[in-house]
Design a binder for this molecule. Structure first.
Ligand code: PGA
Length: 256
């Protein structure tokens, strides 16, 4: 059985009260859902330690939403990979479209961050995906190839070892309009085949999640697809009942 990996990306949301409520619920219920799922919670940087305190003994992993390209020094306002590792982070989201578009992160910077995450033996969650215009222009595959090539060129055959790829079509993120599961399956297969063609080691272990308006109503239709290995969940992960419904669905599918 291959575990599904379900990541909660809380983005710029939450406060001590809402996070405490969420974690109370997690502590009560999570044991039911960990057999077949790997669960990661990625709060805002300021709450990483708060979340870690409650999850470190229950086999849920801590994720960071971002990291700086510098390890230390005079970089006001940034967070280093050394600090993330120091406080218990295991997964780091990199290349999220919100960072690409609102913070001007390009493939070069993302590749540098990706390298740092790997260097420290943490697991990158590399987000890739096309915009609505690129999709309309039939450029999806070209965009995805470009996003993957930067990583492949720099890190060679081991590029995707111990890495998660999150396919997140930009037009589906936070819009309430998720992509069609059959379309996503085709894209995931395309990504796996492309990586395969590049003679990458252990390609059978490549993990690709889908993200973009996932909720408990559509999670099943995604997770049933053979090449969708998990979900990156944004707004639906803020409501604990909703997030646990998704975990239950993932659990049931893995058990089949
Ligand atoms: P969403 O966000 O589920 O709110 O669409 C997903 C993501 O950006 O990772």
């Amino acid at each position: 059985m291959k575990k599904k990996i379900i990541v909660a990306n809380w983005k710029l949301n939450g406060n001590i009260q809402t996070i405490s409520n969420f974690l109370e619920y997690v502590k009560l219920k999570i044991s039911l859902y960990l057999k077949c799922n790997t669960v990661v919670i990625a709060p805002s940087t300021i709450y990483l330690e708060r979340v870690y305190r409650d999850i470190k003994d229950i086999n849920i992993f801590l994720g960071a939403q971002n990291v700086d390209v510098n390890k230390q020094g005079a970089f006001t306002g940034e967070t280093s990979i050394l600090m993330l590792k120091d406080i218990g982070v295991k997964y780091v989201i990199v290349g999220h479209s919100e960072r690409r578009y609102f913070h001007g992160e390009n493939n070069k910077l993302i590749t540098q961050k990706f390298g740092l995450i790997k260097e420290l033996n943490l697991i990158p969650i590399l987000c890739i995906g096309e915009s609505e215009t690129e999709k309309k222009q039939n450029k999806t595959k070209e965009i995805l190839r470009n996003q993957l090539n930067m990583i492949l060129e720099k890190f060679g055959e081991k590029a995707f070892e111990n890495t998660i790829i999150a396919y997140e079509p930009i037009w589906a993120i936070g819009t309430g309009v998720s992509a069609d599961p059959i379309y996503v399956q085709l894209i995931h297969k395309f990504i796996k085949d492309y990586i395969n063609e590049c003679n990458i080691k252990n390609q059978q272990n490549i993990i690709i999640q889908y993200g973009g308006s996932v909720n408990s109503k559509n999670a099943k239709s995604f997770l049933e697809q053979p090449d969708i290995d998990g979900l990156l969940v944004g707004s639906a992960s803020l409501i604990y009942e909703e997030f646990f419904n998704i975990l239950e669905i993932a659990n049931n599918i893995s058990l089949k």
